[in-house]
Design a binder for this molecule. Structure first.
Ligand SMILES: [Zn+2]
Ligand SMILES: [Zn+2]
Length: 85
């Protein structure tokens, strides 16, 4: 008697899709950020090396901000009327 071999049916390997969590990366050097990261005023995250705005060509206009701050802190002399109660 001839034995009839059933054809081997290989189940296709089902790979679970890897769910990758969004990695925190330095916006400037793409280095992975683990525990420590810095969010600059330009709303990007940076590593400890590039946290300084000067180190990542920050587009946040510090100069303008600084000038505005000066204006606020040192307003031009305004003749204030003294109001006597
Ligand atoms: Zn970096
Ligand atoms: Zn920045």
């Amino acid at each position: 008697m001839d034995e009839v071999k059933e054809p081997e049916v290989k189940e296709p390997e089902v790979k679970e899709p890897e769910v990758k969590e969004p990695e925190e990366k330095c916006y400037h050097c793409n280095k992975k950020l683990k525990m420590i990261h810095f969010i600059c005023r330009c709303n990007h995250k940076f590593c400890i090396i590039h946290q300084n705005p000067h180190n990542h060509n920050c587009y946040y206009d510090y100069k303008t901000n600084w000038q505005n701050k000066l204006k606020i802190e040192n307003p031009q002399t305004i003749h204030q009327k003294l109001v006597k109660i």
